[in-house]
Design a protein around this ligand. Structure first.
Ligand code: ATP
Ligand code: MG
Length: 562
């Protein structure tokens, strides 16, 4: 894989790292990590973080860990762990032998907590959550100290030990850091480090009935792994003083935390909690429904990993929030597929055409180019016969002036085939067009005009002989507004779901060369877009997802802007 981070000038994170390297910080080591919580499938925002963390490690000859932040037993599942591993690998990154779980550090975190208690820096608190919240104060007023704050070390050690042994019910006691209830930064107001939670964990089972809070665990996990640069999103900026406090109190390795703006995309909802709501509510077929912004959905839809990496490289990293146009992501996908995908002809909404002057039992083999962008891809044979299919939308009985495709009396080119002229329209009683009768000009074989005669339209087509039947699924934005989370009072983001985001077409006709296509294979159907074989395909029927149409609004906009 090309080192995508070398293409652009230094971003602010690279600048920080280069300064650190120049100052011989961490003995010149660069060690990053990607730390997902296994409570859902990864989305395109995570891809940004993955490309950034693994990319930096590659670029600076360092290392990047994959670490599951599995400190919350009630929301986490092994299914998510497996999907995340698959997605990171598919994106082209390798954690080598550095696959870690926060749950591996539960004992170590517990021991560190004991140290803080012994040093008078943590205490067991008997307030319930509600009282604690009440005593926390506000942004403008200080909080109230807990009445349990001044318990002595021996009592704290005893109570914490009994918390761990399971003597207390859920929510009855917590271990809190003893910092400053008047701190301007609310995160410093004696935050909770441990809560009692009698819940089985996907890896440690029933070993623990107290679980560390994210803020207590996260900075320490990075420290334990010797991470040099802890890269995270902006919402953790206010938590940094707390992580610093914990690490300084313990006197352990202190990674440098760097925050960047999370990726947001228009027409898209990115939060795992909301995506889970869509999955559980049956609004989509699953986490990998091709309309979802997840990596697994994009893979299924046909987005190449290289296109996603290119997108992440192009958006770069910044300190300020911004919303990226989804058209840019789609442009990267089109750009990639245009170079790499083989062309075939497929008619997704077929209209039968009979060429009356073409002999009954003859099948001609026409030469078709596999990829005009890549001559080495060669050519293939496509059968041409008396009965074939064209796209229903390529015919109009009574066309407006600017319609250059087929109409009664009009001549068009069938790509790689012949010129044909429509001579008759056959309809049912209701007036629906059932089939067209045409004639062809044998002198135009291959679609070339011998006498310089011009035709304006060139259509794709599929011969009836050996045509392959397929189902095709067409997609549009899952949400039909630019900012799906902007909802009026009392509204719900799901009100913004696009009712027309999925269209399923059966009885599509494809040229025989696609017969052996396998799930995951990507093709361009000429004029109709990029398509990818779906895993729902069976022996009896291929199923294709339309990855994208060919039209590229992003490229068009760039061109306009010069
Ligand atoms: P979400 O809020 O979407 O549910 P999360 O931040 O809770 O995501 P984590 O599993 O905690 O998800 O994230 C793992 C890593 O991915 C974190 O380092 C986080 O900062 C990063 N990340 C998550 N969402 C984005 C995003 N939209 N853009 C960039 N990085 C992200
Ligand atoms: Mg999270």
């Amino acid at each position: 894989m090309a080192d995508e981070q070398t293409k652009t000038k230094l971003n602010f994170i690279q600048q920080i790292i280069e300064d650190d390297l120049a100052n011989c910080l961490n003995d010149g080591r660069v060690h990053t990590r990607f730390p997902p919580e296994p409570n859902g499938y990864l989305h395109i925002g995570h891809a940004k973080s993955i490309c950034l963390n693994f990319g930096l490690a590659t670029h600076y000859n360092g290392k990047c860990n994959l670490r599951f932040d599995d400190t919350n037993p009630t929301k986490e599942e092994s299914e998510y762990v497996e999907s995340i591993k698959e997605d990171v690998t598919w994106l082209g990154f390798d954690w080598e032998d550095r696959l870690y779980f926060a749950s591996d550090y539960f004992q170590c975190l517990y021991d560190h907590a004991l140290t803080l208690i012994k040093n008078g820096k943590a205490f067991v608190c008997d307030l319930n959550l509600e009282d604690m919240r009440h005593n926390r104060g506000t942004l403008t007023s200080p909080g109230l100290e807990s009445p349990y704050r001044n318990r002595d070390v021996a009592e704290n050690l005893d109570l914490f030990d009994r918390m761990r042994k399971g003597e207390f019910p859920d929510g009855s006691r917590t271990l809190r850091a003893k910092i400053d209830m008047a701190a301007a930064n609310m995160n410093m107001r004696d935050p909770v480090m441990y809560r009692v939670l009698h819940a089985a964990h996907h890896r440690t089972g029933d070993d623990w009935c107290i679980y560390p809070m994210y803020d207590w665990a996260h900075g320490l996990e990075d420290s334990i792994e010797g991470i040099t640069h802890s890269i995270c999103t902006l919402e953790f900026e206010d938590h940094r003083p707390l992580y610093d406090w914990f690490l300084d109190q313990l006197g352990v390795h202190h990674p440098k935390q760097i925050e960047f703006a999370r990726l947001e995309l228009n027409y898209t909802v990115m939060s795992k909690r909301k995506l889970l709501e869509l999955v559980e509510g049956g609004y989509v077929s699953g986490w990998d429904d091709p309309r979802m912004p997840t990596i697994s959905a994009m893979r299924r839809r046909g987005y190449p990993a290289s296109a996603i990496r290119e997108f992440c490289a192009r958006i770069g990293v910044a300190k300020v929030k911004g919303v990226v146009d989804i058209a840019l992501l789609q442009h990267c996908v089109r750009d990639d597929l245009n170079k790499s995908s083989l062309r075939v002809m497929g008619v997704i909404d077929p209209l039968k055409v009979v060429i009356e002057n073409f002999p009954q039992d003859v099948v001609e083999e026409m030469d078709a180019v596999n990829n005009p962008e890549d001559p080495s891809a060669g050519t293939r044979k496509v059968p041409f016969s008396r009965v074939l299919y064209i796209e229903r939308g390529d015919f109009m009985e009574d066309p407006p002036r600017k319609f250059f495709r087929l109409a009664p009396g009009r001549e068009v080119r069938l790509r790689y085939g012949y010129f044909i002229t429509c001579t008759e329209v056959i309809k049912n009683d209701a007036g629906d067009v059932l089939e067209l009768r045409c004639t062809y000009d044998p002198a135009t074989r291959g679609g070339d005009s011998p006498d310089g005669r011009k035709v304006k339209g060139t259509l794709h087509w599929v011969s009836h002989t050996s045509a392959i039947d397929a189902q095709v699924r067409l997609y549009d934005h899952l949400f039909n507004v630019v900012s799906p989370l902007d909802v009026p009072e009392g509204g719900d983001f799901k009100d913004n779901l696009n009712p027309d985001s999925l269209q399923v077409l059966s009885g599509c006709k494809l040229e025989p060369s696609v017969k052996n296509a396998k799930p995951g294979d990507r093709l361009q159907f000429e004029r109709m877009g990029y398509f990818c074989v779906d895993p729902d395909s069976t022996e009896a029927q291929l199923v294709f997802n339309r990855t994208l149409t060919l039209k590229d609004p992003w490229a068009k906009k760039q061109k306009k802007q010069g």
